[in-house]
Design a protein around this ligand. Structure first.
Ligand code: NDP
Length: 388
């Protein structure tokens, strides 16, 4: 039977990998919606190729361009945040949430409200509004499947297991671009240097977040929100080869590791075909050739972002929305050349120090309005704090 699918963030790295898988068996899918942020050419080309019902570009100013690019096709053109949300209300069986940043939350919620299976790459949704997302899924009998490689790995290691027997969850980190740099060089690291990842081929923002380990910080919170595991049971292990994605430790001492190639099409394909395992076009690992797998504890001086994630988990409430917004603003400031690489963590820490003691907004109910306010506060504070 053909499945109806939509891809939010279709023009990005995860979106393109998803389309790569869909394109290998197009007879199995009806594409409902494809969306992009500003890349009209890619969006229109894919909408034509896959015969999408609707293509949405987030940047409203690009609507005439999108209309022109889709002229004569069967695809409707739309633009703006409201159109993104509307596209998510169109019935679909499976929806990929791969918009980068907080903009991915609302379409994800709408997809869950109509009962779709949500393949969640947009980790920011879980970090900012994990409780709301999981409650919405439960209320509408919908399912959220993790796409982040570490969380897909934990999910796979937990199949058939009793959560009560889980002692700890370990997510691995490659260590990013600066794993082996002397600490004193980090302050002067450039945007270009931070934008190259040793193992994974990803979008620029997540690649820089890997170098700072803000990406892993988000993933710690994501692990807590997705699996409901206490923060003290979640650990990060530096593993330069990026072959073991996560490990789950059980109370009998057993440790289940998920081992796979550093190719997002594995996690995407697992979510696409769940609960079955389909044949996927990813590398088959030759462990004898790899020879050695290394593991070490993350150095807190090199990766201060991890500590901040534990502070946010301890605080709870809307602190994830503040954290994510502050992290995004710090990243914007680094990419604009306004602050240095190591000052990103200073900016986020100063923002949390200022905002988390507040017991008003942070403890307010998790509604979209309150989340927006918390994010706005995190963003504006992070924009104005002077880093050390
Ligand atoms: P990319 O930057 O490559 O792609 C992001 C997508 O979001 C693009 O389609 C982009 O459009 C769109 N977009 C950007 N801003 C907006 C906006 N304001 N409104 C609507 N759409 C927007 O990111 P990735 O594919 O790397 O990452 C996507 C998500 O998946 C992120 O949350 C990331 O953390 C997560 N993830 C990514 C992994 C990876 O390997 N890449 C691994 C695990 C998780 P356009 O390009 O047209 O501007």
């Amino acid at each position: 039977m053909r499945r109806k699918i939509s891809i939010f963030g279709a023009t990005g790295s995860i979106g393109q990998s998803t389309l790569d898988l869909i394109g290998r068996a197009p007879e199995n899918y009806d594409v409902v919606a494809l969306t992009g942020g500003g890349n009209v050419a890619q969006l229109a080309a894919d909408a034509r190729k896959f015969g999408a019902d609707v293509a949405v570009i987030a940047d409203e100013a690009r609507l005439p361009e999108l209309r022109a690019a889709l002229a004569g096709s069967q695809t409707e053109a739309a633009a703006g945040q409201a159109a993104l949300v509307e596209a998510a209300t169109r019935p679909a069986d499976w929806v990929m949430s791969a918009i980068v940043g907080a903009a991915g939350l609302e379409p994800g919620l709408k997809a869950l409200e109509q009962g779709a299976t949500l393949a969640l790459a947009n980790k920011e949704s879980l970090v900012t509004a994990g409780k709301l997302l999981m409650e919405t899924a439960a209320k509408h009998g919908a399912r959220v499947l993790p796409v982040d490689s570490e969380h897909s790995a934990v999910f796979q290691a937990l199949v058939g297991e009793d959560m009560g027997a889980v002692e700890r969850v370990i997510i691995t980190a490659s260590g990013g671009a600066f794993r082996d740099w002397p600490l004193e060089r980090l302050a002067g690291a450039s945007v270009a240097e931070a934008s190259s990842h040793p193992n994974w081929d990803m979008g620029q923002r997540i690649t820089i977040d890997s170098a700072s380990m803000f990406n892993k910080a988000l993933e710690l919170i994501e692990t807590r929100e997705y699996f409901g595991i206490d923060p003290e049971k979640i650990e990060v292990l530096v593993h330069p080869q990026s072959i073991v994605h996560a490990l789950v430790g059980f109370q009998d001492g057993g440790l289940m590791a998920h081992v796979g190639p550093p190719d997002m099409r594995h996690a995407i394909g697992y979510a696409l075909h769940y609960p079955t395992r389909a044949k996927l076009p990813v590398e088959r690992l030759d462990l004898a050739r790899i020879g050695q797998l290394e593991f070490s504890d993350p150095d807190p001086k090199r990766y201060p972002a991890l500590r901040l994630a534990y502070d946010v988990m301890a605080r709870g409430g809307l602190s994830g929305a503040v954290f994510n917004a502050a992290k995004d603003m710090a990243l914007d400031r680094f990419m604009a050349g306004q602050i240095g690489f190591t000052q990103m963590a200073d900016v986020v820490k100063a923002t949390l120090d200022q905002l988390l003691p507040d017991d008003g907004l942070i403890d307010a109910p998790m509604t979209l309005d309150n989340l927006r306010q918390a994010a706005h506060l995190g963003q504006s504070t992070a924009q104005n704090v002077t880093p050390r």
